[in-house]
Design a protein. Sequence first.
Lengths: 224, 381
Amino acid sequence: MGILTEIKDAVVRGRVDIKSPYPPEMAGKPGVVELVEQALEEKMDISMVLKEGLVSGMEVVGDKFSSGEYFLPDMLMSAQAMKAGMSILDPHLRGKSIQKLGKVVIGTVKGDMHDIGKNLVAVILEGGGFEVIDLGIDVSAEAFLSNAEEHPGSVIGMSALLTTTRESMRASVELLREKGLSNKIIVGGAVVTQAFADEIGADAFTKDAAKAVPLVKGLLGIAS
Amino acid sequence: MRSKILTKRDRYMAALRCEEPDRVPIVVRGVNPMFGEAGLPPSRHPSFAPLIEATAEKTEWAYRWHPPEENLLSSHPEATVTVTRRPCDQEGFDEEVKTFETPQGPLETVNWVSREGKPGMTKNYLIETLEDVDRFLSIPYEFKPLDASNFFELRERMGQNGVLMASIGLDPIGHVTHWLGLETLALWTLVEREAIFRLLDEFYRRAALLIKSFLSAQVGPVFATLGMEQATPPWLSAKDFQAYVTEYDQRLWAPILEEGGVVHVHCHGNLRDVIPDFIGMGAGCLHPVEAPPMGDIELHQAKEMLAGKVCIEGNMQLDDIYSKDEEFIRESVRLAMRDAAGAGGFVLCPTASPIPPVLEEKVLHNYLTFIEAGLDYGGYT
């Protein structure tokens, strides 16, 4: 198995590093940390390590979550493995010609304090090659607006878990539209449906975090 | 012949026992005319008055009585918890710090608490490491004998209007998740299962004491519980649900069932794969049984699986009450009756309690429509 395939496999199986107890059947075997370090020592192309190793692994994880084979623990462990790999790659990415695919400003809407889903989406988008600006929770329409203005061309991601905060999502989308901003808007969260996304004028909706990368790529016209 | 009109209490009890009453009971979850009484939640904003009035007159009352011991914290004199509040950066919220003294050092949890009654959030969970588990379990536990006199007073005053449930509160996995947080719980299911089981064992022991005292005091016969929704798919697998929920709750509820009691379960999420577990555990009533996208099972499918075994209480999406129009509400109620009312064992109910502190006019209208449609379509002929 080539090193890129090994990295991808380690992400899929949520193996962070050699000391990690998970998964037990991989005890003593290298994780994403060691494998990415090895790839760098071997002077492998960094963009290949990122795309064919880490990102490719998270895509498989997303598919497994969508199909019901993986659950939240598997998803979180893989996200940890990917983040560990990213933290090693990051210093090498700086100053390189590798461009991020795009920028996503993300936050949970005003009045809503839930962030697990939003955090998962942020990790997956980062792993998918996007720069993510995480505004956190309880984000006002004005904060979405100012960040959309500050980052022209960025995709704005809004999350809501509570029925009652869907109206905050509507207000945020409306404000961006009123001000004539052309940023694409993607919405998600437990209480959001395609019908609601259409109703408030969002550009895209996803029910699960795993679909975020292809959806944002589609919004930005990037071939998958 | 079913000409006899039942009392609200008998109607609701018949449905809970999977029998066919004279009409489908209607419960407006989270709204009741006895709010503010000791053991019941505080009263609601004046905008709720017309809904409370309609609920009192036309629906079955189903309230959960919460004893002080419900949170299963220790009453031991050395088990002190200090609570402080301070302003925080989050507009409209205070930061509430709870410090638990333990023989192995203090434990602290930080919550953002709304000053306007909005949902808050936990900023730092009480248990974040294995050392925290040891600290928590080192707190000497003492169960305070239950004073149930208030339950009987309230039940007396409720009369035939409905059923006063004795709340067990969170089940063991609900307590563990409350102190651990869902993310840590999820990760620990992969790497620290033993720690989860240690905590589950302890909360099972405490909850069993509470149930024993309930039964000794002869409160009941309906007992309400919740918390296992944190362990339903897609959060955890059905296999993990069995390990963390079924194994514990089945044993926990057994004494209630032996006494002829009914366990009323509130559990959101994807239930399709764990409905057999609920049947096996002996759940008497399952609320809210949500259809996609919030859940993963249509009402008629749930009815096929649960008919004659577990009463369904549901499943009018709260979201729809807040966002749809009168026609939609009426049609949803009609379809719910069509899909789930047959042969009894069904209670019409929204999927959740109202969340915003103030009830807007449109939402009030939809709630009233929901009740009227329930009366129109809910008769057994």
